[in-house]
Ligand binder design. Structure first.
Ligand code: G3H
Ligand code: ZN
Length: 282
């Protein structure tokens, strides 16, 4: 199946009140696992590569090209997204490589600067047919917009979307990035108000800290794109640890990365069910 556009996947899910899983790729095995998990679920999925992951690899090109190749070979709709980009140059590289969407994260800037910087990225990306997610933040927050106490104001969110022209908005409703436990307290009433105020799909970041039941409830309340990274790394690393502990003489990397990849695939299938991510292919 050819690469799928992010916009129609998100629009179809929002229309059907379903979630879309957006899972982070660090190694090739993540991309393979996420696509295998989505195929088993029969659901569309978004593979995303963060600016931090690009920093780890030293460049976007090799991991980006590999991820795009995995997406193009999938039997379900798969989009490829640049996550948490603060560099306009990196956004340009993703567009050039063929990514179908980017998240431009200017949330550390003031509201006015965020609007200006995001609108410029939107102008360039839309000229190339690329969907743009942005984030509203507040200056100085340790974890930015996703610190547990931070909340997105619905009226400000609506004004931001109109001014910057973005296609999706990451909102702060109680999650925080990289939580070690799944006990974030989501503000479901706020999600409902944001859904009514904001005309584009809403994005939940830091979703590893959210329990299964609350993920489903968040989608029912109005979230569409649900970003999960840390939780899958936990599943991956647990499987690697187990395989290495079971055999102290194990050296073939396939013998521990393979079980980890299979464990992540199974968890992706399960999570896509939790997210009700069964929207028909766009
Ligand atoms: O952008 C990526 C996500 O927000 C992932 O957050 O690692 O807490 O799941 P997480
Ligand atoms: Zn995030």
């Amino acid at each position: 199946m050819p690469l799928s556009e992010t916009g129609p996947i998100a629009a179809a899910a929002a229309e059907a009140a379903c979630g879309v899983g957006a899972f982070n790729v660090i190694q090739l095995e993540h991309a393979q696992a996420i696509v295998a998990g989505a195929e088993a679920a029969g659901a569309p999925v978004i593979l995303q590569i963060s600016e931090n992951a690009v920093r780890y690899h030293g460049a976007l090109g090799p991991i980006g090209a590999a991820t795009l190749a995995v997406a193009r070979a999938a039997r379900v709709p798969v989009a490829v997204h640049l996550d948490h980009a603060t560099s306009v140059e990196l956004v340009g590289q993703a567009v050039e490589l063929g990514f179908t969407s980017v998240m431009f994260d200017a949330s550390a800037l003031s509201y006015g600067e965020n609007v200006r910087a995001t609108a410029e990225v939107v102008r360039r990306c839309h000229a190339a047919g690329v969907w743009v997610e942005a984030e509203l933040g507040e200056v100085g927050g340790k974890d930015g917009v996703h610190a547990p106490g931070v909340r997105t104001d619905p009226a400000e969110a609506a004004a931001f979307v109109a001014a910057a022209g973005v296609d999706a908005l990451a909102v702060a409703v109680g999650t925080s990035h990289a939580m070690p436990t799944r006990d974030a307290a989501l503000d479901f009433e706020l999600i409902g108000r944001l859904r009514r105020a904001v005309p584009v799909p809403l994005v939940l970041h830091g979703s590893s800290g959210v329990a299964d039941g609350d993920l489903t409830a968040a989608v029912e309340a109005g979230m569409t794109k649900v970003n999960i990274a840390t939780h899958l790394n936990r599943v991956f690393s647990t499987a690697v640890r187990r395989a290495l502990a079971d055999d102290a003489r194990l050296v073939d990397t396939r013998r521990y990365l393979g079980p980890a990849r299979a464990a992540v695939a199974a968890e992706v299938t399960r999570l896509l069910g939790v997210l009700k991510a069964t929207a028909p292919a766009p």
